[in-house]
Design a protein around this ligand. Structure first.
Ligand SMILES: [Zn+2]
Length: 437
């Protein structure tokens, strides 16, 4: 059996657990074959890991990768106005625009150490094929905004009802592919009526696929839910049967009594998106309370329209620090705890049977960070660097399922320069179409 080896390095197997030596994997099986003391010096085909830190590949627990053209399109606006402004662009985007934005997002994620992502937007077999070719993992939910509305109406001539009907076929089309999961994508309870949420809960019970939904992102959303339905968004979807099966919730910023217990259900995962929540002025999710209640929490960026990057290292630092500011307590969140959200938490949300840790027998999903740069000097602890100083620019190499997809800071699976050029061109055309009304 051939092996790829990284020798003479430090391996952060999981938050707080460091192993010096060597990590090796089989390109054939894509799984880790050795993790521990080095078994001799690096050979000609091995990677010298000195000056590098190996950590588990990060997983983005909530994004909309197809919105790549919309970076910075609506800065400095609250969610309700932001949604209207972004929607003006979304409804004019072509299938080519979505695909170009996705390709750039795939390159950005890989170059910043993200190996998998949980996504809600337009998904077709072609777009899933682009993700597979790029080498990432995805849990993809085609989004509906009610029975009529879809994410990009000018790109594909379908209704929300047709998108729902197509989910089992889309899941079947990629059924044998371990790096792809397909879910139902309900945008939110304020765009999808209660009968639709109940309908999807029933379909999901038959089809066995999960659901991805935005819940309780803003105080206004929760207040309107109470006014219209008498209960919080979380309670509403629970009463409609949604949380009885596999459900992934984005946000959970504003919670009412009883919501924490519902979100702690064993079928539920939650994505925390600190930068997006701060940028849109939505609020700060109660992370310590969510974790204390046993909620399975991941870390997400949301789209580049509300962030404006897909760099999870930014979420790690911002997310942990803002909790301390709110609690006025530096001990309320530790860096290892937040790194666990971006690894184990994201892996749970991905729903592919992964743990987010490096171990013999686990898939080789790993990231190499350069620890020789100025911001890593002097290197105190690896956790300190990862949590407070590292950015995606420190990522040098990325391996997903045993395949090297980034080497020496160059993405091997997506032509990043071509992807950037296409997005520049398409974004300019899109802006002109939006201006023309
Ligand atoms: Zn979102």
């Amino acid at each position: 059996m051939t092996e790829r080896r990284i020798v003479g390095t430090t391996i952060l197997c999981r938050p707080g657990e460091m192993v010096p030596g060597e990590i090796a994997w089989s390109p054939e099986t894509g799984r880790i074959t050795h993790l521990g003391p080095a078994r001799g010096p690096a050979g000609p085909d091995d990677l010298d890991g000195s000056g590098r830190l190996v950590l588990p590949g990060l997983v983005n627990a909530h994004t909309h990768a197809g919105m790549g053209l919309l970076r910075g399109v609506s800065d400095d606006l609250p969610l309700a106005t932001w949604l209207r402004r972004v929607r003006e662009s979304e409804v004019r985007m072509t299938a080519g625009d979505v695909r170009a934005g996705l390709r750039l997002a795939l390159a950005e994620m890989l170059r910043t150490g993200t190996v998998g992502f949980v996504d809600m937007f337009a998904w077709t077999p072609d777009l899933l094929g682009d993700v597979l070719a790029a080498g990432l993992r995805v849990n993809a939910a085609p989004a509906v905004f009610g029975y009529d509305g879809v994410a990009f109406p000018a790109a594909w001539d379908v209704t929300g009802a047709e998108v729902l009907d197509g989910v089992p076929a889309l899941a079947a089309a990629v059924g044998g592919e371990p790096r792809v999961t397909v879910s139902y994508g309900l945008h939110a309870p304020y765009t999808c009526p209660p009968e639709m949420i109940r309908d999807v809960a029933r379909r999901r019970a038959v089809d066995g696929v999960g659901v991805h939904i935005h819940l309780s992102e803003t105080r206004r959303e929760v207040e309107e839910s109470v006014r219209r339905h008498g209960v919080s968004p979380v309670r509403l979807v629970a009463d409609l049967g949604l949380l009885a099966g596999r459900t992934h919730v984005a946000h959970a910023v504003h919670l009412l009594d009883g919501d924490l217990e519902l979100l702690a259900g064993e079928q539920v995962t939650v994505a925390h998106n600190p930068v997006s929540n701060l940028k849109l002025g939505a609020g700060v999710a109660p992370v310590p309370a969510l974790l204390a209640a046993g909620v399975r929490l991941g870390l997400g960026t949301d789209s580049v329209a509300s962030n404006n990057t897909l760099d999870l290292f930014e979420e790690l630092k911002t997310g942990s620090l803002v909790q301390r500011g709110v609690a006025e307590d530096a001990a309320v969140t530790g860096v290892d705890g937040f790194l666990a959200l971006a690894t184990a938490g994201g892996a749970a949300a991905l729903d592919q049977g992964l743990t987010g840790a490096l171990a013999v027998g686990a898939p080789a999903d790993l990231v190499l960070l350069d620890v020789t740069g100025t911001t890593a000097t002097p290197l105190g602890s690896a956790s300190s660097f990862v949590g407070y100083a590292a950015t995606g620019a420190d990522v040098t190499d990325v391996v997903v399922a045993g395949r090297t997809v980034v080497a020496d800071r160059r993405c091997l699976t997506v032509d990043e320069e071509a992807a950037r050029a296409e997005v520049v061109d398409r974004a300019a055309h899109l802006r002109r179409r939006v201006s023309a009304g």
